[in-house]
Ligand binder design. Structure first.
Ligand SMILES: *[C@@H]1O[C@H](CO)[C@@H](O)[C@H](O)[C@H]1NC(C)=O
Ligand SMILES: *[C@@H]1O[C@H](CO)[C@@H](O)[C@H](O)[C@H]1NC(C)=O
Length: 495
């Protein structure tokens, strides 16, 4: 009993550290208790780093070189941090073991191909390399670290000592996109068993360059880090490819159109990405009135089959959350977890079913600097999202409605009917694809806060309870446990 307790405390602190690392800037101010939602008692605790004695912290040598990503080796607790110009390896108690320099270097984002391949006539200047993607490749004991320099090339680093095993840069498939905003790119490594190689699904904002970068694609993840075919498209011929590009017509309607990939994961036979993207209006914007029109954004979940090399399984569904009549539609962060017995029971799913904890901010207008402080933590049962996708596939294959995906120019194309059985694992045909869903799937709101915007979330199951840890914009961490009972819900202080 005693030892169990100690272990719990350790894992709690470790989790809190991750969130603090992800939520800049770190503030030590104490926080008022958040507003209690209707009919629930809430107790939360914020962790004050200054008062927590056995609390380890870590900061970069240059305070402007922010952390962008964290990856943890589940086997030994080692922590890898992707920052601006640096990749760090930390021990489980957050001592720096080694770091790898990734920048800055002379570059110009207009140089395509990058100047390391071909001389570039654009003026070069010292440019930061912002880490945009940091993935554990357990099978090959390496870290995949992709940056913003040179049109977005990646390094393969040995986990032990961050020794560079490979850095493919001479082919266009090696450039994942030069966008330097963290939170716009997400990758998922998918395994297919011992006999076949893993694949990398990568989804990225394209920063106005849809001709260079597909917004979503699947790539070969070669076992040899120096192999020529690293990151080659899984399939590519004249007509079909394992990728989707944003059509140039979309940019004539919404000039700064882009899709930001906030989170991604694999579950069952599928890979999922959570996106934030501009909503397409009703036709091209014309006249001066359109200039002042404020862009409305929407959050969507994208689903693809792991085995689909032609991307016929592409489906997109809007997600959001409504609490007390207020709409929360702008996705900020998400985390996949198991439901646990108690939350599972109230969601009508099993304890081992996947649930998605999500943070949305209020409304649909995304103005970075003046964005609303109001945010909500919501939960989705993945099973429900899959059910809604299956229903839509079934109705489309009965010939009902349209493909309904404006940014892919298939909004008004009618669904064609075909006699076939669509089950839970249907992966699409070259008809009725890609497919959009117009009706939003609503999450269950757990918690909302109007003063300190929530920006990150992680969750796990402890003794049948689902626990969520939320990081806020001011650098605080909220520990929240939801005990969902028939008669209502309750929040409890924990650890
Ligand atoms: C990202 O790029 C923009 C535009 O080039 C630049 O102003 C900004 O400083 C860059 N961010 C970092 C962290 O270097
Ligand atoms: C968790 O739930 C299961 C099934 O409801 C129950 O048998 C078990 O005792 C619970 N465990 C704890 C630690 O509460």
């Amino acid at each position: 009993m005693e030892s169990h307790h100690t272990r719990t405390q350790t894992s709690c602190l470790t989790l809190c550290c991750f969130l603090l690392a992800l939520a800049p800037p770190l503030s030590l101010a104490s926080r008022p208790l958040p507003h209690a939602p209707d009919g629930a008692t809430i107790i939360t605790a914020s962790i004050n780093a200054a008062e927590e004695e056995d609390y380890s912290t870590f900061s970069t040598e240059n305070p402007e070189w922010k952390f962008n990503h964290v990856a943890v080796d589940e086997r030994n607790g080692n922590v890898y941090l992707g920052a601006v110009n640096r990749i760090y390896k930390l021990s489980p108690d957050l001592n720096v073991q080694v770091y790898h320099e990734t920048g800055p270097d002379e570059d110009n984002r207009k140089c395509y191909p990058p100047r390391i391949v071909q001389p570039c006539s654009e003026p070069l200047s010292l440019t930061n390399n912002v880490n945009k993607m940091l993935l554990m490749d357990y099978r090959e004991n390496r870290l995949l670290a992709c940056g913003s320099l040179y049109q977005g090339i990646c390094k393969l680093l040995r986990l032990d000592d961050l020794f560079k095993l490979g850095e493919p840069f001479h082919k266009k498939e090696h450039y994942l996109s030069g966008v330097n905003e963290s939170g716009s790119v997400f990758g998922v490594i998918v395994s297919y068993g011992d006999s076949s190689p893993d694949k990398l699904f990568v989804a990225t904002a394209v920063d106005g360059k849809p001709e260079y970068f597909p917004t979503i694609s699947s790539r070969k993840l070669a076992r040899n880090s120096e192999e020529d075919g690293m990151f080659a498209y899984v399939f590519h011929d004249e007509f079909v490819a394992s990728m989707i590009k944003i059509p140039s017509d979309t940019f004539t309607i919404v000039p700064d159109f882009d899709i930001y990939y906030v989170y991604g994961f694999g579950s069952g036979n599928f890979v999922y990405f959570l996106t934030l993207q501009p909503e397409m209006g009703n036709g091209p914007a014309t006249g001066s009135s359109s200039a002042g029109r404020e862009q409305v954004y929407t959050s969507k979940i994208v689903r693809l089959c792991k085995d689909d090399t032609a991307f016929n399984s592409y489906v997109e569904v809007p997600l959001g959350c409504v609490k007390g009549g207020v709409e929360y539609r702008l996705l900020q962060a998400a985390y996949l977890s198991k439901a646990g017995a108690i939350l599972g029971r109230s969601l009508g799913v099993g304890p081992d079913d996947d649930v998605l904890f999500t943070i949305f901010s209020k409304g649909q207008k995304r103005r970075p600097r003046e964005a609303s402080q109001e945010s909500a933590l919501c939960v989705f049962a993945l099973r429900e999202i899959n059910e809604r996708i299956k229903e839509r596939l079934q109705s489309c294959y009965k010939g009902e409605g349209t493909l309904d995906l404006a940014w892919l120019k298939v909004k008004d194309i009618r669904c064609s009917s075909a006699l076939l059985t669509i089950d839970d694992n249907f992966c699409g045909l070259d008809m009725n694809a890609p497919l959009g869903v117009s009706e939003m799937v609503q999450g269950i709101p757990l918690f909302s806060d109007s003063t300190d915007k929530m920006t990150s979330v992680i969750a796990y199951v402890y003794k049948n309870h689902s626990l969520a840890f939320v990081g806020t914009k001011s650098g605080r961490v909220k520990k929240v446990e939801r005990v969902v009972l028939r008669e209502g819900s309750r929040w409890r202080e924990w650890c």
